[in-house]
Design a protein around this ligand. Structure first.
Ligand SMILES: [Zn+2]
Ligand SMILES: [Zn+2]
Length: 169
């Protein structure tokens, strides 16, 4: 995803400019299941490395500034003394805000999400709700979700041609 790489580079540039001692080689992964959180920073106790997860919804629907904002937030979390949103964390937020005229908050509430992000959240939860039937192959156990109820007499499992069971979820 080029957009993500772009935003990561820009966020790191800003972080370097205010001399934030973040983990330079932190790895980033896209999380397609995040619906409320835009990002998360996980700390590995064994190798002391951080992994930053970014919401796919955000990457696809939010403007660049909102993505950079989220990445900067997570970069602060890579500091050992900034695992929480305490005063050290807040000081770094302020430095970003002052230097780059950003609007970094220490906590993201749903009401703080941009309109674009809220709209994307609604669409994704609707898409999930619409697939309300679970089809299970009685022979191989393969499962998939369907939006509409299908008559199990008319269909067979695509993998093994077994009989199907359908239930509302
Ligand atoms: Zn945070
Ligand atoms: Zn099957």
């Amino acid at each position: 995803m080029n957009r993500m790489q772009d935003c990561i580079i820009k966020a790191k540039l800003r972080a370097n400019e205010i001399e934030l001692p973040f983990q330079q080689d932190v790895s980033f992964i896209v999380n397609s299941r995040f619906t409320n959180a835009k990002g998360r920073c996980d700390y590995n106790l064994y190798n002391k490395n951080c992994v930053i997860q970014l919401s796919k919804l955000m990457l696809e629907h939010c403007d660049e500034e909102e993505i950079i904002n989220t990445i900067c937030h997570e970069l602060i979390h890579t500091l050992p003394q900034c695992r929480n949103h305490g005063h050290i964390f807040q000081n770094w937020c302020q430095k970003f805000n002052q230097k780059f005229n950003m609007n970094m908050a220490t906590r993201y509430k749903i009401t703080d999400q941009s309109e674009a992000y809220q709209k994307a959240q609604k669409m994704s939860s609707r898409a999930r709700q619409e697939k309300k039937f679970l089809v299970t192959c009685l022979n191989c156990g393969k499962t998939f979700r369907r939006a509409r109820k299908l008559n199990p007499d008319n269909y067979r499992c695509s993998s093994c041609h077994g009989n199907l069971k359908i239930e509302r979820i």
